[in-house]
Design a protein around this ligand. Structure first.
Ligand SMILES: [Zn+2]
Ligand SMILES: [Zn+2]
Length: 382
């Protein structure tokens, strides 16, 4: 099959690899029709993770079931399914508690597995023609009759829509509260969108790329350009000097200032200053325990200078970690099905699989207008 393979920093190629196949009786094999390039793929693309060369990338996957293992009951051939980026067993302590992002079975020695992701187990990604889905009955989200018509919306259930939603949950957002979102990439836009769907009174989105800020305004958020003035001061001005009730971190450890200099603690410390006393902060931007490309020893170990004093003094709370996609994906699917949510608004480009390297290059360069790239390995847009 054709697949996008990671060779090394800024070196990905679409090439022939052995077909994904059923390996265990509980597996399902999916022919991928839509798979996205994610902002978190860029950490790997840039060589800023422990990703092994030769792996297939891609954790935002949707497609048609073309083969089922002998122990699969619920999922049938021909089902259109969306796969949570978390690969989970369904029967460990964490999966039982709904914490499928921290499955204890599939990535032994740590908690949490994912397709095509550094440090998240051996699973290949879905930027390919075929994807092996372990524990298919548990992991496949079946899509309704409008699966094909709304494919570009439903594919966002694999990661960014639930992850944005999760960020507002971690922050503790309640209807009528205000929220500030740092980062207007696809995840930040989904966090802002989720906050608005949940009835936030005011949503402020901080970024500096005009195309992303335009999308934030388009969904009803207030755009804050941090290249023009201090984002903290702009937020305090817009919240009566108090700060927002809730804050969302959707940038991660490669945060950088408008001049391009990396400061891994920048958004975290800005959030402490931008959120009101006793407010909540949700962190879904990626922070990693190892950053081989970091400029010094402590950041190589994933340590950042965090403003603990002000955080404690303000009595704030932080929730962190990747989203447990299965905790939300059914309900968010229903919002899409009934027309209440259309997360495909983030998509800027649809490409055939063979143009994936070009998609990576533009998305990585934050080229104007490349907000979200969707790949179709089924030959569309060729
Ligand atoms: Zn993703
Ligand atoms: Zn599990």
């Amino acid at each position: 099959m054709q697949a996008l393979v990671y060779n090394g920093a800024r070196d990905v190629v679409v090439t022939e690899v052995p077909d994904a196949r059923i390996e265990r009786p509980t597996d399902v094999l999916v022919r991928i029709t839509t798979t996205n390039i994610c902002g978190s793929d860029l950490h790997m693309y840039e060589g800023r993770t422990t990703m092994e060369p030769g792996r297939v990338l891609g954790h935002e996957n949707l497609g048609e079931v073309v083969e089922i293992g002998s122990a699969v009951d619920r999922i049938k051939m021909g089902d259109m399914v969306c796969l949570p980026f978390n690969v989970a067993c369904g029967h460990c302590k964490n999966c039982e508690a709904g914490l499928t992002g921290f499955c204890l079975t599939l990535n032994p020695g740590t908690a949490g597995a994912a397709y095509g992701f550094a440090g998240m187990g051996p699973f290949n990604g879905g930027q390919a023609e075929l994807l092996r889905v372990p524990y298919g009955d548990f992991n496949c989200l079946r899509l309704p009759v409008d699966a094909k018509e709304k494919e570009n919306d439903y594919v966002m259930l694999s990661d960014i829509f639930p992850t944005g939603w999760h960020c507002t949950e971690l922050a503790g957002l309640r209807p009528g509260e205000s929220a500030v979102v740092y980062g207007a990439g696809p995840i930040g836009l989904m966090a802002a969108y989720s906050a608005l769907l949940k009835g936030a009174s005011k949503v402020l989105v901080v970024d500096r790329h005009p195309d992303r800020l335009r999308l934030a305004e388009q969904i009803g958020a207030i755009a804050i350009d941090d290249s023009k003035a201090s984002p903290v001061e702009q937020i305090l001005n817009l919240t009566g000097g108090e700060g927002a009730d809730r804050g969302c971190e959707c940038v991660g450890y490669q945060a950088h200032d408008p001049q391009g200099h990396e400061h891994p603690n920048m958004t975290m410390n800005n959030l402490v200053r931008s959120v009101r006393p006793t407010g909540g902060i949700g962190v879904v931007g990626v922070f990693l325990p190892q950053d081989p490309g970091a400029p010094d020893d402590s950041t190589r170990r994933g340590e950042i200078p965090f403003d603990m004093g002000l955080f404690w003094f303000k009595g704030q709370k932080i929730g962190t970690g990747q989203a447990n996609v299965k905790a939300y994906n059914r309900r968010l699917r229903n919002l899409i099905h009934t027309g209440r949510a259309t997360p495909s608004f983030v998509i800027s480009h649809e490409l055939p699989l063979e143009q994936a390297p070009e998609g990576y290059r533009h998305f990585d360069a934050r080229d104007e207008g490349w907000t979200k790239v969707v790949l179709h390995p089924d030959g569309r847009h060729r």
